[in-house]
Design a binder for this molecule. Structure first.
Ligand code: GLA
Length: 387
């Protein structure tokens, strides 16, 4: 109905000037304009859900790229529309992981990633490549054979993937989660992982050099979680400093920032500034942002025991208020730190988040848009404050 009114009004105006030229009376306009809220909120007037707030990419346009993790099967859906409306960066959530790209040695599958990336680029949306090396979602064959064979295989894999996306993916998470969670005397500060156990710490250097030789222009990142904890941050900075000292081509550090409601924003700023304090000119990206409602003990993550009780499908008001205040505080930090050039939400809307099934099957509400893809409290406030 709105569209008919709008069309009628513009036809009336166009007719108006023609008729005035002929000296005829202008066509009457409708008595009152349609209420603006109706146009934005009535789903019957829209094919898909459109959020009545300013696009986040324009809210943050002077600060950083704002991104989301997404999947090719969301293209053409309401989730896809949400992505293109609000975000100017996208990270394939799964489709660049080794288990999907090359489940069998020597065979490569880029189908889903290509579709998502090509549509993103056609829409002027930048792509973060995630990730070239991880200890999870990596087929066992990567670890077979001698040290030289493992190195050769890794370099061939990275060279093939980076080359396939050359000039399309300009930012790569080269290594993901290579730092240990505690001080393990045998491996510290490196993660005690399948990679470390197979070849020692140098696989990190091999990965960066292979990415650089395949693409001289892409920005190369080390991506890490839990850097909001000072001891993990310290170990991460040791490794980054070491890479710089050894001339390894690293351009930036990604802080995943899978947070919960108890995080102290001071530690977020500290993590960002720790990278700046290396004086190496590195970019800082926030790569996997979410704020879980739960702060489960290790037994929940390790054995599914003692997990926090489910809040259910509707977020309680007091929790919503806490999460909103925290989101606003940390986005204020991101805006005030000039090394932060990209901030990515790990998923598009609450129903789409990995945290509904990890570490337990449970409702979580960790993202910037709710289960109906409507902006959450903080999202709305940040968008309103920008104008
Ligand atoms: C880690 C990885 C991501 C993703 C999340 C959980 O943070 O870096 O790619 O798998 O876990 O979904």
């Amino acid at each position: 109905m709105m569209q008919i009114l709008a069309g009628g009004a513009s036809a009336g105006l166009a007719g108006c000037s023609a008729q005035e030229q002929n000296g005829a009376a202008p066509l009457p306009l409708p008595e009152a304009p349609p209420p603006a809220s109706q146009r934005h909120l009535d789903p019957a007037l829209r094919k898909t859900v459109v959020n009545p707030i300013a696009p986040l990419k324009s809210v943050f346009r002077n600060n950083f790229k704002i991104g989301a993790a997404a999947k090719s099967n969301q293209l053409g859906t309401d989730a896809g529309n949400l992505l293109w409306t609000h975000f100017d960066s996208v990270t394939p959530e799964y489709e660049l992981k080794a288990s999907i790209v090359s489940p069998t040695e020597g065979e490569f599958n880029f189908e889903g990633a290509d579709r998502l990336i090509d549509e993103a680029l056609a829409r002027g949306v930048e792509v973060r490549g995630h990730s070239l090396l991880w200890h999870e979602e990596t087929p066992q064959y990567f670890f077979d054979g001698s040290r030289a064979q493992i190195r050769q295989r890794l370099e061939t894999y990275i060279g093939t993937v980076v080359n396939h996306f050359k000039d399309r993916i300009m930012v790569w998470d080269v290594v993901n989660e290579v730092i240990n969670d505690d001080w393990n005397p045998d491996t510290a500060p490196y993660r005690n992982s399948r990679w470390f156990n197979a070849v020692g710490l140098e696989y990190i250097d091999w990965a960066f050099f292979a990415a650089r030789s395949a693409d001289a222009n892409a920005k190369l990142f080390l991506n890490e979680y839990a850097t909001e904890y000072p001891d993990k941050l310290a170990r991460t900075m040791l490794v980054v400093q070491d890479l710089i000292d050894f001339g390894v081509p690293i351009d930036g550090v990604g802080h995943q920032f899978h947070l919960n409601l108890d995080v102290d924003p001071v530690n977020i700023r500290r993590a960002i500034q720790a990278v700046d304090a290396l004086y190496a000119g590195l970019d800082v990206h926030v790569t996997e942002l979410d704020i879980s409602l739960y702060n489960d003990p290790g037994t929940c993550w390790e054995r599914g025991r003692n997990c926090d009780a489910d809040y259910g499908p509707v977020m309680p008001d007091n929790i919503d208020a806490r999460q909103a205040a925290l989101y606003e505080a940390i986005f204020d930090i991101f805006r005030s730190e000039s090394s932060v050039t990209s901030v990515t939400s790990w998923g598009l809307y609450d129903g789409d988040s990995w945290l509904n099934s990890a570490p337990a099957q449970r409702y979580n509400h960790p993202l910037l848009f709710d289960r109906k893809m409507k902006p959450k409290t903080a999202t709305r406030r940040m968008a309103e404050a920008a104008y």
